[in-house]
Design a protein around this ligand. Structure first.
Ligand SMILES: Cc1cc2nc3c(=O)[nH]c(=O)nc-3n(C[C@H](O)[C@H](O)[C@H](O)COP(=O)(O)OP(=O)(O)OC[C@H]3O[C@@H](n4cnc5c(N)ncnc54)[C@H](O)[C@@H]3O)c2cc1C
Length: 427
């Protein structure tokens, strides 16, 4: 795009990938409107940790080949976060046996991990994009000369797209009824269930992988001393047949890094067939959900049953953290992959999970969104040297590789014989 003229860009989806993309393009002088269906006050309360660094060697190497350090989410913050907010540092992963003894310690030389929470990242990105939001806790930053305009509209559900010559018409529904707006470029950052992808590539379906992730956080000060000793700058992980669990510290409430105020973030993957999935995803009001149940929605008996199993199946520190989660939430692990990310002659693009809904074991979901955005700079900046078609090839190629690696990792740990598994006696 050698002819530089500020473009009117609409981004569908105001989560991480949408905000990474918005900030990159806005700093190039383009005018951005984000349309997000969920109110910000609901969006921010995701209660989950996000690893900003990539430790899995083939995933990391593939991201290095695209001109990043291997951890593009961390690169993004270095380059674009004008608030200079810090995250939790973690440098080691300890694999535990079921009895709690350490089986193996994994540390990659020269790689220092950064752990954030979804909530902290969202706040950092909103502070940089549009100066924060009502309930946000990070002060917004001044716009600089040359930045484009920034608008974040919540409660706007996009329903349709139409090619209208040089522009694209976006149709939506909001509390005020149906509406539409025109844009030079539309970017679908609307996640693994992407409406934009469904409209343009209906064959790219989202499918269930056969297991679920139980997730939640616990304030560090509530943990036993011996459990705290396992954490600090170290993550812990446990593998057994059909089980995988991990835990690491993340920033606490309002991004606090003060020891004691930080949160232990735990994820426990367990297998569930379609029948079990239905039971797990039926909320306390009796409504069955398709892919996830948010904080406070899990039926009490389902929660108690799973927390009761923790001491029998998990090493003591992981069991303790899992049992202390007040409001766990559940996500079904799924697969989705687009074969294209560029449509309508370059006027519509997909980014982030809308391209590849990756297995979480790659820890690369957030990094995918950051990498897509960093690479997109080369398409949209003056003399950036990359065509939008080449960008599409690169991002789909990467998502295809990361997807394959994630499927192998997940299937080995959940349905195979993982060499790091400890299948010792249940307690
Ligand atoms: C168990 C688990 C663990 C994970 N751990 C990690 C990790 O350690 N590290 C990591 O990097 N990633 C991790 N991820 C992945 C990470 O959460 C996502 O990759 C990340 O949130 C980026 O996604 P996104 O912005 O592309 O999509 P999403 O976060 O799904 O956001 C899509 C947004 O679009 C909005 N939207 C959807 N449809 C419409 C519409 N029609 N109109 C308007 N708005 C719409 C949604 O409301 C949502 O806000 C994990 C995921 C899971 C399930």
């Amino acid at each position: 795009m050698a002819d530089f003229k500020p473009k009117k860009i609409v981004i569908v989806g105001g989560s991480l990938a949408g905000l990474f993309t918005a900030i990159v393009l806005q700093r190039l002088g383009h005018n951005i409107t984000i349309l997000e269906r969920t109110p910000s006050s609901d969006l921010q309360d995701q209660g989950a940790g996000i690893s900003l660094y990539i430790i899995i060697p083939p995933v990391r190497d593939s991201l290095e080949k695209l001109g990043t350090s291997g951890s593009p989410a961390a690169d993004f913050l270095e380059l674009y976060d004008r608030t200079k907010t810090q995250t939790v540092v973690s440098d080691t992963m300890q694999f535990l046996n079921r009895d709690g003894s350490v089986k193996r310690v994994l540390q990659r030389e020269g790689v220092t991990g950064k752990m954030a929470s979804w909530d902290l990242l969202y706040n950092i990105l909103r502070a940089n994009f549009d100066g924060g939001y009502e309930a946000g806790y990070i002060d917004g930053v001044e716009k600089l000369a040359g930045d484009g305009t920034a608008m974040y509209l919540s409660g706007v559900h996009v329903t349709g797209l139409h090619d209208v010559g040089d522009e694209v018409r976006v149709e939506y529904e909001s509390k005020d009824g149906k509406g539409s707006m025109e844009a030079d470029i539309v970017i679908g950052a609307d996640g693994p269930n992407s409406t934009i992808r469904k409209l343009l590539l209906p064959e790219a379906e989202r499918t269930y992988a056969g297991y679920v992730a139980w997730r939640g956080t616990v304030k560090e000060s509530l943990l036993l001393e011996e459990t705290k000793a396992f954490l600090g700058t170290k993550g812990i992980m446990f593998l057994a047949k059909g089980q995988q669990a991990l835990c690491y510290l993340i920033p606490g409430l309002n991004g606090s890094l003060v020891p004691g105020d930080r949160s232990a973030n735990v994820v426990w993957y367990t297998n569930a067939d379609e029948e079990e999935l239905k039971k797990i995803l039926t909320d306390s009001a009796g409504i069955t959900h398709t892919w996830s149940l948010g904080i406070g929605k899990i039926d009490q008996s389902v929660k108690e049953e799973q927390q009761g199993k923790a001491p029998l199946l998990l090493p003591p520190p992981l069991a303790e953290v899992f049992q202390k989660i007040e409001s766990p939430f559940i996500q079904a692990v799924t697969d989705s992959l687009a074969t294209k990310a560029v449509f309508m002659n370059g006027k519509v693009l997909l980014v982030g999970d809308a391209i590849g809904g990756l297995r979480p074991h790659t820890t690369a979901g957030c990094s995918q969104g950051a990498m897509n955005a960093l690479l997109l700079k080369r398409v949209f900046e003056k003399d950036g040297g990359m065509s939008v078609e080449e960008w599409g090839k690169q991002v789909v190629g990467w998502a295809t590789l990361a997807h394959k690696i994630g499927v192998q990792m997940g299937n080995l740990s959940q349905f195979g014989d993982h060499p790091m598994a400890d299948n010792g006696p249940e307690k």
